[in-house]
Design a protein around this ligand. Structure first.
Ligand code: ATR
Length: 279
């Protein structure tokens, strides 16, 4: 029987998930389809009930529903509970289970370059929803997190949450600091750069061994990543996180191993078509 999947959000028209997942189904010859639906926040409960009623096997959830959807579900995985947000729902024996693959997706994308673990210092720039998901996925790995944010109270609250879950986190002032000399990895999670804006502070003096990540993938290279390259650092954009959150969602729904290379190829093709940029 054909399985149906989807992504819901607003706006949703530019979502790359359908292309990525469909390529995966084709690669494995699965009878499955993946659609996208624009859902207004006020319609979320009806949309969720509708997807369930129509027999969808699972769906992804994106902005602005990742937190609000929690109230529509029957259960949460540990990852979703820790993140306080859901990006993947599975219908399991009639129950709606919320999961979160964003943080683990980012970690999978880092793993080609670095395996996060004890003794490593990871800097998080930003303390919004994206930062929270990443911090809570990194916390159990024993890394030392340092969290900076324009609004200090949000960074301090996130530090406390990480500590409450047994992780190691420190607050740092928003700006360049001594952390530049110690970081193994810097992860940029704010929205700065989406419109090509320069970063509000410089990475001058950062150790060139540091892996610098920006979770933005459009534009392909933010001014922040370019400034890190000027300092000699290896850099990574958010396309890998997008790929692996999809791969992990696939594996949550269907079990087994997702066809990563087919999904990567489809995603990167869409990205270069949409943005006129090459990998
Ligand atoms: P998301 O879910 O994408 O993380 P969010 O929860 O709205 O979105 O968080 C946006 C992040 O970008 C926050 O860390 C925000 O900083 P504040 O908490 O101070 O608002 C950060 N951000 C957005 N615009 C910024 C700017 N111009 N300068 C510094 N930080 C900015």
């Amino acid at each position: 029987m054909e399985k149906h999947f989807a992504v819901i959000g607003q706006p949703i028209k530019h979502s790359l998930s359908p292309a990525m997942h469909r390529a995966g189904y084709r690669a494995l010859g699965l009878e499955a389809d993946y659609q996208r639906f624009e859902v207004r926040p006020e319609d979320l409960p009806e949309a969720v009930a509708g997807l369930k009623g129509l027999g969808f096997a699972g769906w992804n959830v994106t902005v602005p529903h990742k937190e609000k959807i929690l109230t529509c579900l029957d259960g949460l995985t540990e990852e979703a509970r820790r993140a306080g947000a859901v990006n993947t729902v599975k219908v399991s024996e009639g129950r709606l289970i919320g999961h979160n693959t964003d943080g683990a997706g980012l970690i999978r994308s880092l793993e080609e370059y670095l395996t996060p673990g004890p003794g490593q210092e990871i800097i998080l720039l930003g303390a919004g929803g994206a930062a929270r998901g990443i911090a809570m996925a990194l916390a159990p790995l024993g890394v030392q997190l340092r969290i900076l944010n324009r609004t200090p109270e949000r960074a301090q609250a996130l530090v406390q949450e990480v500590r409450d879950f047994g992780g190691k986190a420190e607050y740092e002032d928003w700006g360049a600091g001594e952390w530049l000399n110690r970081a193994d990895c810097v992860i940029q999670t704010t929205t700065i750069g989406l419109k090509g804006e320069e970063y509000p502070f410089s990475l001058h003096g950062i150790r060139p061994e540091t892996l610098v990540v920006d979770i933005i993938f459009n534009p392909w290279e933010t001014p922040f990543l370019r400034s890190a390259q000027t300092e000699g650092c290896r850099t990574l954009n958010g396309a890998g996180m997008l790929l692996y959150q999809g791969v992990l969602a696939w594996e949550f729904w269907l079990g087994g191993q997702a066809p990563v290379e087919a999904m990567r190829e489809a995603l990167f093709k869409e990205l270069s078509v949409n943005e006129g940029r090459k990998r």
